[in-house]
Design a protein around this ligand. Structure first.
Ligand SMILES: [Ca+2]
Length: 536
């Protein structure tokens, strides 16, 4: 079944006028009024806002996929041909950052266009307040069909979607229970492939072809515990990966960094993370395929019995084999989505985005996981293909954040962004124009402490060149000159030659906290969890 009409040359010439018309029409929508709950009839698009000219949006979103494991971002570890294809045909953002490097908070920020303290979802223990204004709700009110497939992770039932089917919690890599409004169904197979099947099935068979659509296809992979699919099992077994230069970091001058519990050396589990034990939940057939690959690895480990630095070298290689095989699964499945868009004729009027909720440590600083404002976990991959608009193969280095995703999707649909959202539309950037008054810094705040991995709470500011972080529970400041010290190994906070830089960054940080309304940053946790204050 054909979806949206493929506009011919004449239609394309008219499209900008129609988009403007749609924008004017939609800008009159009273966005603060109650929005339809799931299942309720949605508003019809205004008569002068022809649905066929508004672009569809396909948001392919993964979990914990660091940009430095994407070849378009210069990975020295792996190839990601399908993500690279998107970059070749669209725009790759080199400075897109999360505001709080954690799974659920990043998702809540994307939905609401607000930093964590304002949407209330400051950590993974939070329950998302689904009554908030979100970009899917606004798109739905403007006549878009909205669908969510995959990892949700926000505990409360999804709101703002015509169609949703999500993993329960984190979801497993194999045989996932899929939660829908009408109940839960377990589907046999590999989760990355199943979610893609479900997303494609909705595109092919379930949506209304007369309306524009927005699909969020959100994978579990490559989240911990990194279980490759049948197609990718063992694919990197003969590869020796280059180690990051900071694998043996001693955290000198960075007290908080020395206090965490997320090193490959001491905290990555041989049994759970590196599969010296078989994972549960596999069918007989899946387990047989698994054991064929992993039993020899176990035998090799027992024979080598590595210790000390040798064990760290061994762990890094095993970690990368599994993590990158999960990435390969994601990349392969993205290829299926891109192929379908081509075959169906939808590609021409569909904006495709590839992103992930935050970056990740791939042995950098000796770590796995995320949470820190250091570069590897602060960065998000963000690649956008908007046919006829994004210059193919282009790069954008403007400072951008996950608060901007929602406003951008709204703008693409001609819907006005509510002023309460912190983010701004990236549409001018997508067309190759950077406004002269574009932001000069981004804000960050991580709250989940004490908790797994024991990363202290911190907030901070990053400009194009510098980063200032405040670990306020420790009274510690860190300042990095990213131009001279891209791996953030030398803390300049107390360096007199950086005193002026620090003063200016402190001022910028205060400015951002005022702008975003986090005027009591050290009290945010107590405000959001008044009863648990002190216990968290
Ligand atoms: Ca994540």
């Amino acid at each position: 079944m054909q979806g949206l009409l493929k506009p011919g040359p004449a239609a394309r010439i008219r499209s900008s006028a129609l988009i403007l018309g749609a924008l004017l029409a939609c800008s009159q929508l009273p966005v603060e009024e109650p929005l339809p709950a799931p299942g309720e009839p949605q508003l019809e698009p205004a008569p002068d806002a022809p649905a066929l000219d508004r672009p569809n949006i396909v948001f392919v979103f993964t979990d914990d996929h660091a940009p430095h494991a994407i070849s378009a971002y210069g990975s020295v570890l792996n190839q990601t041909p399908n993500i690279d294809r998107l970059a070749k045909e669209g725009m790759l953002f080199t400075r897109t950052f999360c505001g709080n490097s954690l799974c659920a908070p990043s998702r809540a920020t994307i939905l609401t266009g607000k930093h964590s303290h304002a949407n209330g979802h400051i950590d993974n223990a939070s329950v998302f307040d689904g009554s908030q204004v979100t970009f899917p709700k606004l798109l739905r009110s403007a006549g878009y069909q909205t669908a969510l497939v995959g990892k949700w992770h926000l505990k409360s039932a999804p709101t703002g979607f015509d169609h949703w089917e999500v993993l329960k919690g984190q979801g497993p890599y194999y045989n996932p229970p899929i939660r829908r409004a009408e109940g839960t169904e377990q589907i046999e197979g590999y989760t990355t492939e199943i979610l893609t099947d479900l997303g494609l099935d909705w595109l092919r068979n379930e949506r209304d072809p007369d309306k524009p659509f927005m699909l969020m296809l959100q994978h579990k992979a490559p989240h911990r515990r990194w279980q490759p699919g049948p197609r990718e099992l063992g694919m990197y077994d003969d590869v020796q990966f280059p180690e990051p230069s900071t694998l043996f970091d001693d955290y000198e001058g960075r007290r908080a960094a020395g206090m965490q519990e997320m090193t490959l050396r001491d905290h990555m589990s041989l049994e759970y993370d590196l599969k010296l034990e078989d994972p549960g939940g596999l069918t007989e057939e899946q387990l047989a395929a698994w054991k064929e690959i992993y039993d020899p690895k176990r035998a090799e480990f027992e024979e080598l019995a590595p210790e000390g630095d040798d064990l760290l070298h061994w762990k890094y290689q095993r970690y990368m084999q599994d993590y990158l095989a999960c990435v390969e699964g994601v990349d392969h499945q993205l290829g299926r989505v891109l192929d379908y868009l081509d075959e169906s004729g939808l590609a021409e009027n569909t904006v495709v985005i590839y992103s992930s909720d935050q970056g990740f440590y791939l042995g950098d600083h000796g770590w796995y996981d995320k949470r820190w404002m250091y570069e590897e976990s602060l960065r998000m991959p963000f690649i956008v293909r908007w046919p006829g608009h994004t210059p193919p193969g282009s790069e954008c280095a403007a400072l951008t954040q996950n608060i901007d995703f929602g406003p951008t999707f709204l703008d693409l649909a001609g819907v006005e962004t509510p002023s309460a959202m912190h983010g701004v539309s990236l549409k001018p950037l997508l067309k190759g124009d950077q406004p002269a008054d574009w932001r000069k810094s981004i804000y960050y705040h991580y709250y989940e402490y004490p908790a797994v991995h024991m990363v202290n709470r911190h907030y901070g500011v990053r400009t194009e060149r510098y980063k200032l972080m405040h670990f306020y529970q420790l009274g510690e400041w860190e300042l990095f000159d990213l131009e001279r010290d891209p791996h953030e190994l030398t803390n300049r906070a107390a360096d007199p030659s950086y005193a002026q830089v620090r003063a200016s960054l402190e001022k910028e940080l205060l400015k951002l906290q005022e702008q975003y309304g986090e005027t009591d940053p050290e009290g945010t946790v107590d405000r959001i969890y008044p009863k648990a204050a002190g216990a968290r």
